[in-house]
Design a binder for this molecule. Sequence first.
Ligand SMILES: [Zn+2]
Length: 249
Amino acid sequence: MKIVTDGLIIKQQNIGEQDKLCTVLTRELGVVRAFVRGAKNIKSPKSAATGLLCYSQLSLYHSKDAYVIDEARVQEMFFDLRKDVEKVALAQYFCELAAYICPTEQSADKQLSLVLNALYLLSNNKKHHSLLKACVEMRLACLGGYMPDLVMCRGCGEYSSQQMYFSLSDGSILCDKCFAQAPRGSSVPIDQGVLQALRHTVFSEDKKLFSFSLSEEGLEKLSYITESYICRVLEKDFQTLHFYKTIKS
Ligand SMILES: [Zn+2]
């Protein structure tokens, strides 16, 4: 049976002389691995449309134990993104994260839209890289079932205090008084601006996700918190994240 869906190519690997195996974040089926026969033939439209970071309309069928991409048509190639090594590195991190945390064999509509929006904004220099990174990390964590508990201080219920502490291990927050009484390891102090931004990445409507502002210093702190949190809850070290940080510094 043929399935037509749209998807972003998040990983590709050569198989023999002519074929490749793609990992695709699709709207209908989540993350799928699919073979592309004759992908090296540059005259084949499938060749371009199944390149890394291509967003394409795909026609797939299931053969034995894997999917095969029968036809592919490019919708967006993110050309501007490819001209900048730091942007490509961040985009590849988004892809590795998505491949790890997004569901398989079920809809990943929200996740795909999130990553595509982030790539679009990254490609067009519309937002600070650390802002995009923090939003993608935290929203993918929430969609994957790892929503932190940012509503109020876990000890006393205080909504906000001058300084609060975010626990990287369980995603809860404590106010300064509760933290002083019972300090916890792996907690990061956060000021009100960072807390507000962190809450925004978790609770805002999808269409407003990337619409907030924070100082440069605040964004770096936010990005450190979201990456530490997601790597910790997933118990995963992302090679592409290391690479991005090497390029960035
Ligand atoms: Zn408290």
